[in-house]
Design a protein around this ligand. Structure first.
Ligand SMILES: Cc1ncc(C[n+]2csc(CCOP(=O)(O)OP(=O)(O)O)c2C)c(N)n1
Ligand SMILES: [Mg+2]
Length: 356
C-alpha cells in the first residue's frame, strides 16, 4: 500500500505528472483508499478497546483528497506536512502501516518510537514531516520546507494538507502572504469538510469558498475540486503540482469533502443533521470509484468484496498483530527526553537531509 522510496536527485528534470489514470491506476487507488478506510475503522475499534490512548482523529470520508493529490505528486520525494488527521497521509507517503499502528499503540516499534502518538506521526525518510496538534502550525513549516527546497535548487515541492477552520488562524494569512511574495514551491491543499470540531463553517468564516479567499487576498493561483471524487481531485492536482513544480510558485487547491465520524473520538457528533450525513454518505469516495469501475465492466462486486476481505485480514494478521506484539517503550524519563528536545526538530531534520 506504500509509496516509492525517496529519489535524492536535486536536478530539475522538467518532468510533469501523467495527466490521466489508467485502469490499473484506478483499481490500485480503490484498493489503497479501501485500505485507508479499514485501517481507520480498525483504529476506532482499538481505541474503544483502550489499546490506543490519547487523541484520535479519523480520516474516513476524506480519502480521495489525500490519494488524489499524492497520486499527482511524488510520494517519498516531495515533502508533505499536515495536522492531526495524519495517519493516512503518512501511509500514502510510504510510511509502513505497521509502524504507524504501533505508534498509535504507543509501542517502541512505532514510527516515532511510541513517543508521538496519533497526532504526531513522522517519517523523515519518506519525507513525511508530520503530524501536528496545533491548528495551522504546519502552514509556516511548509513554507520553511519550500524555502529550503528553493535555496537548494531542488525539484521537490512542499505539500501542506490542512482543514478549512485552520484558515481562520493567523498562521494561514502570514504564510500565504510570504509564500506569494517569496514565490515558494508550496501546494496548499485545503480539505474543506465544512466543520472545525462542532462549528459549521458558515458560523465561523466570512468567506466560505477558501480558494476565493486565498486567490483574492494573496494573489495566488487557485482551484477547487470535488473532494469525494478521486479522479476529479487527481485532475485538479495534476495542474496544481505541475504548476508548483514548473513555475516554482505557490498554489492553493480547495477540496470539498466531509468527515464521516466525529471530529475526534471524544466528539459525540450531535451537531450535524441525519439528512446532511446521508447526503454525503451517498457520495462516498470509495463507492464513486467502485461503481464507475463496475459500470465500465472493469470490476465486479465479488472482486470488490474479495479485495475488502483481503484488506481486513491483512490489517488484522499483519498490522494489528505487529502492534500488539511490539514491546512497550523504555519508561526511563532520560530515554523519553531524547525524543522531545530540539535534536529531532523538523528544521534540524531538513538540514540533515542536505539543507543549509
Ligand atoms: C492553535 C490551536 N487552536 C485551537 C485548537 C483546537 N482545535 C483542534 S482541531 C480544531 C478545528 C480545526 O478544524 P479544521 O482546520 O477544519 O480541520 P478538521 O478537523 O476539520 O480536519 C480546533 C479549533 C488547536 N488544536 N490548536
Ligand atoms: Mg474542517
Amino acid at each position: 500500500m506504500g509509496a516509492t522510496t525517496a529519489k535524492k536527485s536535486r536536478k530539475p528534470s522538467g518532468k510533469s505528472s501523467k495527466t490521466s489514470l489508467n485502469l490499473a491506476d484506478k483499481r490500485r487507488l480503490l484498493e489503497e483508499m479501501l485500505f485507508a478506510r479499514r485501517f481507520e475503522e480498525r483504529c476506532y475499534e482499538a481505541y474503544v478497546e483502550r489499546k490506543i490512548g490519547g487523541f484520535l482523529h479519523l480520516y474516513c470520508g476524506q480519502e480521495a483528497c489525500c490519494y488524489g493529490v499524492m497520486e499527482a505528486a511524488r510520494p517519498g520525494f516531495d515533502y508533505v506536512i499536515t495536522g492531526y488527521r495524519d495517519h493516512i497521509h503518512a501511509i500514502k507517503c510510504g510510511a509502513d502501516p505497521k509502524r504507524v499502528m504501533a505508534e498509535l499503540y504507543g509501542k517502541e516499534t512505532g514510527c516515532c518510537k511510541g513517543r508521538g502518538g496519533s497526532m504526531h506521526i513522522f517519517d523523515t525518510e519518506k519525507r513525511f514531516m508530520g503530524g501536528y496538534a496545533l491548528v495551522a502550525q504546519p502552514f509556516p513549516l511548509a513554507a520553511g520546507l519550500a524555502k529550503t527546497i528553493k535555496m537548494q535548487g531542488g525539484e521537490e515541492i512542499a505539500i501542506c494538507f490542512l482543514g478549512d477552520a485552520a484558515n481562520n488562524q493567523g498562521n494561514f494569512h502570514e504564510t500565504l502572504n510570504m509564500a506569494s511574495i517569496w514565490k515558494l514551491p508550496v501546494l496548499f491543499v485545503c480539505e474543506n469538510n465544512m466543520y472545525g470540531i462542532g462549528t459549521r463553517i458558515d458560523r465561523s468564516t466570512a468567506v466560505l469558498d477558501q480558494h476565493v479567499r486565498a486567490g483574492t487576498a494573496y494573489n495566488m493561483q487557485v482551484d477547487v475540486a470535488d473532494g469525494q471524487d478521486v479522479e476529479a481531485v487527481y485532475a485538479a492536482a495534476v495542474k496544481a503540482v505541475d504548476y508548483v513544480r514548473g513555475q516554482r510558485k505557490p498554489y492553493f487547491l480547495e477540496l470539498k469533502t466531509y468527515r464521516y465520524r466525529g471530529h475526534s473520538m471524544s466528539d459525540s457528533n450531535a451537531y450535524r443533521s441525519k439528512e446532511e450525513e446521508q447526503e454525503w454518505a451517498s457520495r462516498d469516495p470509495l463507492y464513486i470509484l467502485r461503481d464507475r469501475l463496475i459500470k465500465a465492466k472493469k470490476l465486479t462486486m465479488k472482486q470488490f468484496e474479495d479485495m475488502d476481505r483481503g484488506i481486513i485480514k491483512q490489517i488484522e494478521d499483519e498490522i494489528i498483530q505487529f502492534a500488539e506484539e511490539s514491546p512497550e517503550p523504555d519508561p526511563d524519563p532520560a530515554e523519553a527526553e531524547k525524543y522531545v528536545l530540539a535534536e529531532n526538530d523538523p528544521y534540524v531534520l531538513v538540514t540533515n537531509l542536505g539543507g543549509k
